[in-house]
Design a protein around this ligand. Structure first.
Ligand code: URA
Length: 244
């Protein structure tokens, strides 16, 4: 049987953003950490890293945060940036503050523009991050688009052609699918993630995107019950559906 890896408690908690190792020792001395309901005083103790550890440990009376790897599904609001360091409001501001200090770091899986809303994944899982954004995987991303001007009727063929060129680029766009909802609303599915791609595709047809909302990523859909600005953790099965 494979040996379960162990880790020092102070190292683990510090990597989860609860404070420096000194802080952790101080919290433990004050009786703020419990393991299986008993106060934990020796933070140098090694414990097995098992997925159910958060059920056995509390800090200041609260269950331990989820261990890495974690995958977060967020309904990104308009006006927040997918950056770790931009001056304004960041999508990370919606998560618990200490999660900013976690190691491995939580990052967004690809990016949505500041003015785009909808399905955004965040993770500390490097493999997921790599695979979900790799052009080779061609993960389909579907956006609901509201336009300033009526569609002409020729956009669908152009987007599907595999020959559409965007300004200042030398490689044509991969074929994309357009589903017209009304004269000024459509669903667009793309498999690439070029800079401002959807906005630039419509701009190239003489239109202007006034609202952009991502509804799905691969087989994962944004659930109706996740309001703007809300997030929740995904199970392994749910995160795997990105690749379906
Ligand atoms: N295309 C865009 O133009 N913006 C996004 O945020 C995503 C896709």
């Amino acid at each position: 049987m494979a040996k379960v890896p162990t880790i020092r408690i102070d190292k683990l908690l510090s990597s989860m953003g609860y404070g420096s190792r000194k802080d952790i020792a101080r919290i433990a001395r004050a009786g703020g950490i419990t393991l299986d309901t008993a106060a934990l005083l020796d933070v140098t103790k090694r414990i097995p890293i098992t997925p159910d550890l958060p059920l056995h440990m509390t800090i200041y009376g609260e269950a331990l945060d989820p261990l890495a790897p974690m995958v977060i599904l967020m309904n990104k609001p308009v006006g927040m940036t997918c950056s770790h360091s931009d001056g304004g409001a960041l999508v990370y501001d919606l998560l618990p503050k200490r999660w900013r200090l976690r190691d491995p770091r939580i990052s967004t899986v690809g990016r949505l523009d500041k003015q785009t809303s909808g399905l955004l994944l965040l993770t500390d899982d490097g493999d997921l991050l790599h695979h979900a954004t790799s052009p080779k995987r061609r993960v389909k991303k579907t956006y609901r688009v509201r336009l300033a001007r009526p569609l002409k009727g020729t956009e669908g063929d152009l987007f599907a052609s595999g020959r559409m060129m965007l300004e200042n680029e030398d490689k044509p766009l991969a074929p994309a699918e357009l589903e017209v909802v009304s004269t000024t609303e459509a669903l667009l599915s793309i498999t690439e993630g070029r800079y401002h791609q959807v906005r630039r595709m419509f701009a190239a047809t003489g239109n202007h995107v006034v609202e952009l909302h991502r509804e799905s990523l691969g087989g994962l859909k944004l659930p109706d019950n996740l309001a703007s600005g809300e997030w929740r953790l995904l199970s392994e099965v749910e995160s795997a559906s990105v690749f379906q």
